[in-house]
Design a protein around this ligand. Structure first.
Ligand code: GUN
Length: 291
């Protein structure tokens, strides 16, 4: 029987852990706080931001939402980031992507204090991840890991999926998912291959995977013939089709072949939010010198 990996259930466990720790910090007079920034009216972004602020409330984390109009200037956005960098009630800052095209996302992400970069998108945090060899070094450094890749690793760990020595294939090379998840899998001692639109014989390469991470942003791109029997399949895709949400994996056909698979929705998505809460808690502690 194929195991359905429920990100919904696993994220609940993680959120419970965060909630307890937040309650403990509050008895010491510290309330972790997350500031979110949304520029414009992107419908998907509004949904994501709504989920993030709602989860903060559920866990006792203070949330400070800032909504800017689509015509906001770079200076306005940079001024807001700067204000939040200096606000002692704000421990984490998240600027929802994508930004409207007239705003330079790289510049905005670089302006967020690396100590408040709970998305793990600042070049300093990305560079730290790149420079560490294994999980022990990553944990010792104490930087923020990007939420989706970190959530994927937690899914694998909490389902006791062996990573050391496993063949892991990542389909997609984005800065937000593909590249960082490849680094984390390597830090877990997996043998990692990254595939992308330029990969020759992609189905053949993907068939090597014991662990398959689909993060290419194309609906139902991964079909059953690309999957090795017994593989663990993690679907990062969130594609909005007229008939509803679907992942990057053709769930129905792949399910029959995989040992375990994440559904969409209810797989990786809830984990991203849970790891954002983990990072916000970590930021509150770090900025207040608490271990
Ligand atoms: N857009 C899609 N995923 C993310 C994310 O994890 N963080 C931010 N800030 N924007 C996103």
């Amino acid at each position: 029987m194929t195991e359905l990996i429920s990100g919904k259930d696993i994220s609940k466990q993680i959120k419970n852990e965060v909630q307890q720790e937040v309650a403990r910090l509050k008895t010491q007079g510290l309330t972790p706080g997350l500031a979110t920034i949304l520029v414009g009216e992107d419908e998907a972004s509004k949904v994501y931001i709504g989920q993030k602020t709602k989860t903060c409330e559920q866990l006792g984390i203070a949330s400070f939402h800032h909504k800017l109009p689509i015509q906001a200037t770079e200076t306005e956005l940079l001024n807001l980031v700067n204000k939040l960098n200096h606000d002692p009630k704000v421990h984490g800052i998240l600027c929802q992507l994508p930004l409207p095209p007239h705003l330079n996302a790289d510049k905005i992400l670089l302006a967020i204090s690396p100590d408040k970069d709970v998305d793990g998108f600042h070049l300093l945090n990305m560079g730290k991840l790149l420079s560490k060899k294994n999980m022990k070094e990553i944990e010792a450094e104490g930087m923020y890991l990007p939420c989706t890749p970190h959530g994927i690793i937690e899914l694998l760990k909490r389902t006791k999926t062996p990573m050391s020595g496993a063949e892991a294939v990542v389909v997609g090379r984005s800065n937000i998912v593909g590249k960082p998840v490849a680094l984390l899998l390597m830090a877990e001692n997996a043998t990692v291959t990254i595939c992308h639109s330029g990969t020759r014989n992609l189905p053949e390469v993907v068939r090597r995977a014991d662990i398959l991470i689909a993060a290419i942003g194309k609906p139902k791109f991964i079909t059953a013939e690309m999957v090795k029997p017994g593989a663990v399949v993690i679907d990062v895709g969130v594609n909005r089709l007229p008939e509803g949400l679907c992942g990057d994996v053709d769930f129905e056909s792949v399910k029959a072949k995989a040992k375990a698979i994440t559904p969409v929705p209810g797989g990786v998505g809830p984990m991203t939010i849970a790891m954002l809460m983990v990072n916000t808690l970590k930021a509150a502690k770090k900025l207040n010198g608490i271990n």
